[in-house]
Design a protein around this ligand. Sequence first.
Ligand SMILES: Nc1ccn([C@H]2C[C@H](O)[C@@H](COP(=O)(O)OP(=O)(O)OP(=O)(O)O)O2)c(=O)n1
Length: 123
Amino acid sequence: MEQERDQERSMDISLKDLSKQLEDFAKVRNWEKYHSPRNLLLAMVGEVGELSEIFQWRGEVDKGLPNWEESDKEHLGEELSDVLLYLIRLADICGIDLGDAAAKKILKNSIKYPEPKTKREFI
Ligand SMILES: Nc1ccn([C@H]2C[C@H](O)[C@@H](COP(=O)(O)OP(=O)(O)OP(=O)(O)O)O2)c(=O)n1
């Protein structure tokens, strides 16, 4: 049982896997015609709005969401996923390798914002 759980944990799904699943999802429903770059962008922005609604009027929220109901956390996971899935699909439809682009961007960020060399700089 514990071994199975360990195996599950180690099977991290990749952006490419998700992208393929989204492609198949659209294909079998004949929805490819709706998945244009502009439509996907607007759908993603709509989901960002739904994500924002979860935090709206709550005031500042502690990391880890310690006082949240499990159902609210589940809802948050769903809205985060909708944003991610539309983003992945948008990148795919635009011919962008999102994993590769994101890794390159992290590298670019580290050049633009170098690590602090002294303790003083760190503060
Ligand atoms: N043309 C579509 C419609 C939906 N989806 C997928 C991607 C999202 O993960 C999810 C979005 O579904 P809904 O539009 O039903 O949005 P919600 O799940 O947020 O439902 P609701 O807005 O009722 O809360 O379904 C998709 O790929 N292409």
